[in-house]
Design a protein around this ligand. Sequence first.
Ligand SMILES: CC(C)(COP(=O)(O)OP(=O)(O)OC[C@H]1O[C@@H](n2cnc3c(N)ncnc32)[C@H](O)[C@@H]1OP(=O)(O)O)[C@@H](O)C(=O)NCCC(=O)NCCS
Length: 346
Amino acid sequence: MALPRYAAVTGWGHYAPEKVLTNKDLEGMVDTSDEWIRTRTGICERRVAAAHETTASMCSIAARCALESANLASLDLDLVICASTTPDTLMPATGSLIQDAIGAANAGAFDVNAACTGFVAALVMGSQFIQSGAYDRVLVVGGETLSRFVNWKDRNTCILFGDGAGAVVLEAADEECGLLSFVLGSQGSGGPLLDIKAGGAAKPASPETIAANEHYITMRGNEIFKFAVRSMVHASGEALAKANLHAEDIRMVIPHQANVRILRATQQALGIPWERVFVNVDRYGNTSAASVGIALSECAEMGTMQPGDNVLFVAFGGGLTWASAVLRWADISSIIARRGEGPYAI
Ligand SMILES: CC(C)(COP(=O)(O)OP(=O)(O)OC[C@H]1O[C@@H](n2cnc3c(N)ncnc32)[C@H](O)[C@@H]1OP(=O)(O)O)[C@@H](O)C(=O)NCCC(=O)NCCS
């Protein structure tokens, strides 16, 4: 009988564009205030891509950092999965652009679009490829250039979003670690609550759609807020139960960063101490499919997780969609040290 295989996180990286857009800056653009944005969302500033930057270019930087931290070369990768709602182009897939930019000549590549849920969905998917025995090393990267899809005259949305990218390397291991359980959900009837109405096959871009601002994000914030808390609490509880774990067994929660009030309400309902919830929405705003990747990278960089720690990921977003996953942090140095031997030798 084949031995079980696990999908360890062995590397991480992130990238955020240099340009910082503060709440004060937004005061000069729309009818809002620093105080309103801070109290309603917890966001203080967000990053905006420079003219030459794209989702693929930012993801490629995050991917290189993740490979470096895993001590791997791009040629070691079997697969690149990119989660994004703001791909460089409808075709080719941004995953292929990243695969080319980083020189991952031995890897397949594709995109996943589950809006802000995308990174967790891609993490689950990448883990399946490894657990099934199909692949040994998978790069999961989430990136967004939301600044190009935000209506900078709409105060309901433009204060929320930011640009950036986050990546992880998943690697085969034979000691129990990586994905323990997951939940993926969708309620497509809620799609109109958060969408970009034109530019797809249903309503191709035209002078009329552009005049009507239908190429920008529209959102019913209040309804999304309620859905967010409900779905995050429910999905977290389900993933914990599937992993046979309780709230107190979780070392860190790495949630989608949309609004600090959503995170607070979720944390209180789950009964997990606030100190165990990773928060960076104050510095980046909502970076959609990049947010969990950036948060995971920052949290791992701080050395917060130790081998054997359980980490809960949870996200919600357009679709509507939601996802949660429980991962056990791997003994990364022992996986790296044993790379030369055994079935996963490079
Ligand atoms: C968008 C959000 C911050 C609004 O906060 P809220 O407390 O729900 O506020 P409301 O929508 O009830 O709006 C309250 C008022 O503030 C106004 N307002 C909206 N944006 C504003 C802004 N940037 N500055 C000042 N006032 C603003 C509204 O027009 C409304 O005014 P009215 O009462 O005169 O109509 C909050 O609903 C939210 O975060 N929702 C989730 C959004 C999200 O996560 N989206 C991404 C999903 S991945």
